[in-house]
Ligand binder design. Sequence first.
Ligand code: PMP
Length: 433
Amino acid sequence: SHQAQHNQALIDYRQKHLGKSLSLSYSEPLQMLRGDDVYLLDQWGQKYLDTCNNVAHVGHEHPTVVTAGQEQMAVLNTNSRYLHPAVVRFTEALLETLPAELSVVHLVNSGSEANELALRMAKACSGEQDVIALESGYHGNSNACIDISSYKFDGHGGHGAPQHTHIVPLPDTFRGLYRTPDAGAAYAGHVAQVIQQLETQGRRPAAFIAESIVSCGGQIELPDGFLQQVYQSVRAAGGVCIADEVQVGCGRIGSHFWAFEAHGVVPDILTIGKPIGNGHPLAVVVCTRKVADQFANGMEYFNTFGGNPVSATIGLAVLRVIKQQSLQQRALEVGDHLKQQLMAFSERFPLIKDVRGQGLFLGFELCDEQLQPAEKQAAYLANRMRELGILISTDGPDHNVIKIKPPMTMQIHHADELLQRLEQVFNETAMQA
Ligand code: PMP
């Protein structure tokens, strides 16, 4: 088509000069040139409702955030070895959202860097190397992060878990190992087992890491009691508990600002990424005083860009906008509406076998009557929705989960536009189970 021709030159150049392992979305890739609140606009000015972007947390190119960044960039950007009010104000604003135990902040530039530092801290605190992580988990692109990311090393091009990584079953109560609502204890038992096994070899866990809702695993909500029990056994063995909220944090789940709070636990280390910079590279490691002091063993932690005044100013602006526009409340209201309507869809469209998630972090799983993943229909749905002006994507180890994680500025009428289009596509012949 006309559109495809205009993009072909960019595609050809990418193929020659950009890494082959970088992928493009959609069979006919889109060229996006502008963002505007819940919309992305392509080179033709065609608007797409963006329902799978938890980076543009307070909306694409939010004017307050953009202006704050522009103004600070025009005045000064430098490293954190100079005093600057922005880094302190941002830290203060962030700590206000957190339980008192989490009181020390290190600023970094990406989710990978945040988890990388979290792992270093855990290893420094415990003096151990072994990490327990969830099946289908993803925690970043660095060496240490890939080594704990089953989503990668158990997938294409991967070589399985490295020696110091211990993967426990994904606590999925829909298609996982244990499917009752009280499965939390059974899943947590696998962590206890790993710890016992390590003990027989004279080893102990350095850390347990999990997302508070597992995104790459297919928007999997952790069953009640799971984190409480796991945290208890990991800590009893001298390990540190890391909550990766690179995706789910900053009010997205609606009921709480941080998703771990819904489980009645407080991690020793929390990692924050994507949403906190609203598209600007900013990420954070928050830890307890004890972890911070054990990590500070005399070796300086220096990070050229981490905590620079521009990033800190942007982070502060994002937190202010979340508060001023009551976006956590919005996530709850619009998310509940979406979830209810999707559950109603599941009565009418038998392909939808499970609807889950909290606030504006939702997912629905497509399966046939034998609960076999309906991967083809999920891919068809995503491509058709794009043709209808809606960006939505698939996730989960079987690529059969549709994830919904839009900018938190999504309004009810945007949600209804999404639902209307979903209904339209579910009625098409290709979507019949
Ligand atoms: N943790 C989780 C849960 C993620 O989803 C991601 C990115 N998809 C990361 C860490 C890594 O973040 P980044 O890509 O910013 O390095």
